[in-house]
Design a protein. Structure first.
Length: 278
């Protein structure tokens, strides 16, 4: 039960962080948002290291850094999709992909999930098709770019979940420190190589910091949940984050969905629920 509570709280915080990150990318360049938000999270986890129990190990740091690379690339793609697409479409597509990957990883590793979980994966594929059907005038000219970026981001986040679950017990927050250090370094190098500015847009810095801090809080909750429960359960519960993103997008930004997209989002949440119930 503790793992379920932690994973559910993780989803709520992830969704709120994504909402703030999406807002920030509409006023600043994606690279600036990612690097600065990741730096804010790095400061937070560094402050937590002496407070929470745990000791650094080579294995824990290595798995954490690998997870950080996967998550960092995913975050760039995700924020770019949020900036160019409809937030209430991008979030569920990403979540569905990131929810299914831990199940597929388990299958490859020899696990045999219940048939209901496999049904959830199939329903998730249907959901992706439905939720991607954005025929509103506001979507004209956007093409499939945001949806493809959302799918790639979901694969990266799923990889983050899987890699972080490989961390040996007893490492405390050190794996997250390694993950965030790796992601900040990678994205900063990419930004410098592409000569992208890291200066935030006017009035965007506060939003960026909030997004980074909340993202790290969610990562801490996820790591604590995986120490107390199975990845197949924790991973999909954490992927319920679109629920809070969608509510914020609807009531703060006034986003609306057509009937097909609404059905797709319903299928998305049902798919995640089926996977989690297995």
């Amino acid at each position: 039960m503790t793992a379920v509570v932690l994973a559910t709280a993780c989803a709520l915080v992830y969704g709120t962080a994504d909402f703030f990150g999406g807002l920030a990318t509409r006023r600043s360049r994606v690279m600036a948002v990612v690097v600065l938000s990741q730096l804010a999270g790095l400061v937070l986890v560094a402050a937590l290291l002496p407070v929470l129990p745990g000791a650094p190990t080579a294995g824990g740091l290595a798995w954490g850094m690998a997870a950080g690379v996967s998550g960092g690339v995913a975050l760039v793609l995700f924020y770019r999709a949020l900036a160019t697409g409809v937030m209430s479409v991008v979030a569920p597509v990403t979540a569905t992909t990131s929810a299914g990957l831990p199940v597929l990883f388990g299958l490859a590793a020899g696990e045999r999930p219940e048939p209901v979980a496999l049904g959830g994966v199939a329903l998730a594929l249907v959901a992706v098709v439905l939720v991607s059907r954005d025929s509103s005038p506001a979507s004209a000219g956007r093409g499939r770019g945001p949806v493809l970026s959302a799918l790639a981001a979901g694969a990266g986040f799923g990889g983050f979940f899987i890699l972080l679950d490989q961390v040996p017990d007893g490492g405390g927050m050190w794996p997250l420190f390694g993950a965030r250090l790796a992601s900040v370094s990678l994205i900063a190098l990419l930004a410098l190589g592409a000569r992208r500015t890291l200066r935030p847009g006017p009035g965007a810095l506060g939003t960026i910091v909030v997004a980074g801090v909340l993202d790290m809080v969610a990562n801490v909750l996820f790591l604590l949940a995986t120490e107390r429960g199975m990845l197949a359960l924790v991973g999909v519960l954490a992927s319920l984050y679109p629920a809070s993103t969608l509510l914020l997008a609807r009531y703060v930004l006034g986003e609306r969905l057509n009937a097909v997209q609404t059905a797709g989002i319903g299928c998305t949440l049902a798919a995640v629920a089926l996977i989690a119930a297995a």
